[in-house]
Design a protein around this ligand. Structure first.
Ligand code: NAP
Length: 282
């Protein structure tokens, strides 16, 4: 099979290409992004820009299966448009099966909500692709670890209220995606890629304190306080808005979804938060 990965130069794309390669089978892997030369391990590199649909038609030519990883573009409305262009191009190029990386808790949403892109992408895919599979990622363990590292100085891990999240390691998302792409019987399925446990903010702070040997506590603060703190740290408004949006979805339970889909698709149990944070120290 000829398998394309769009977003190949990124962290998730790189991990997916590695997992596809490790599973063997002699498949041809095509690395696609604006800078495909940065992706290692692929048989072929092609330039494809979600903002330039013509480049996508060329990038997707001859592919049997295609993995679409959304860009990290935070400008309101942009990612939804990008995903629609990519799905249109894949269908036009004759790609037989498209695998979309989406997000846990996806539901109808409008710009400027971050989740609008996932809703728009999922719905467009379901409407027009001949064969599709949706892989809804939970929140990356690694993204929360980055937040923990930034919060260590103050000793406070902030949230907007008590929340629960089934954090998943990026490598487990990659392994499950590779398992789905190389497997059969996944057309028309929506999977939820989650870690093995759904943790509260207090749980995360306790695990981090234990693993890092520092004292970290969870505290619920107001949206105004959260925005003020992020502003003081020098973050631009577009990042602050995205961060607050994510914290609101935490409280609303979007990521409090626990499944066995990672193990079902990858053949291995997902890593727990404690193991990922311990490994990040070494
Ligand atoms: N669930 C979570 O917790 C969580 C956390 C963070 C991110 N995410 C999502 O997961 C995605 C992958 O995460 P990651 O860590 O791998 O991000 P990343 O390292 O920033 O990779 C993003 C990829 O998107 C590509 N890209 C950006 N703009 C593009 C465009 N206009 N056209 C084509 N490709 C473009 C980039 O390649 P080039 O720059 O070479 O084009 C890169 O390969 C993110 O983009 C975001 O949607 C989820």
């Amino acid at each position: 099979m000829k398998i394309g990965v769009n977003g190949a130069s990124g962290k998730l794309g790189g991990a997916i290409i590695e997992e596809l390669g490790a599973r063997g089978g002699g498949h041809q892997i095509v690395a696609i992004s604006r800078s495909p030369e940065k992706a290692g391990g692929a048989a072929e590199a092609r330039k494809g820009d979600y903002d330039q649909p013509d480049t996508l038609l060329h990038a997707y030519a001859g592919l049997d299966r295609l993995v679409l990883i959304p860009s990290a573009d935070l400008r309101p409305g942009v990612r939804g448009t990008q995903l629609k262009s990519a799905i249109d191009a894949a269908v036009k190029a004759g790609v037989q099966h498209v695998f979309l990386l989406s997000a846990a808790g996806t539901r109808q949403a409008r710009v400027p909500a971050l989740g609008e892109a996932y809703w728009t992408g999922e719905q467009h895919l379901i409407r027009i692709a001949p064969r599709w599979t949706i892989l809804r990622m939970n929140y990356y363990t690694q993204s929360m670890i980055d937040e923990i590292m930034m919060s260590q100085g103050q000793g406070i891990l902030a949230g907007l209220s008590e929340d629960r999240v089934a954090y998943v390691s990026r490598n487990d998302v990659a392994a499950a995606t590779a398992g789905a792409v190389l497997g059969d019987g996944h057309a028309g399925a929506i999977y939820n890629l989650t870690g093995p446990e759904s943790l509260t903010g207090h749980d995360v702070a306790a695990i981090a304190s234990d693993a890092l040997g520092n004292s970290l506590s969870f505290a619920a603060i107001t949206e105004e306080q959260l925005r003020g703190g992020l502003g003081q740290a020098g973050l631009p408004d577009i990042v602050i808005n995205a961060f607050v949006d994510i914290k609101k979805t935490f409280v609303e339970g979007y990521f409090d979804v626990l499944t066995h889909d990672v193990e079902r698709l990858s053949g291995r149990a997902p890593a727990c938060f404690r193991d990922v944070i311990a490994a990040s120290k070494s």
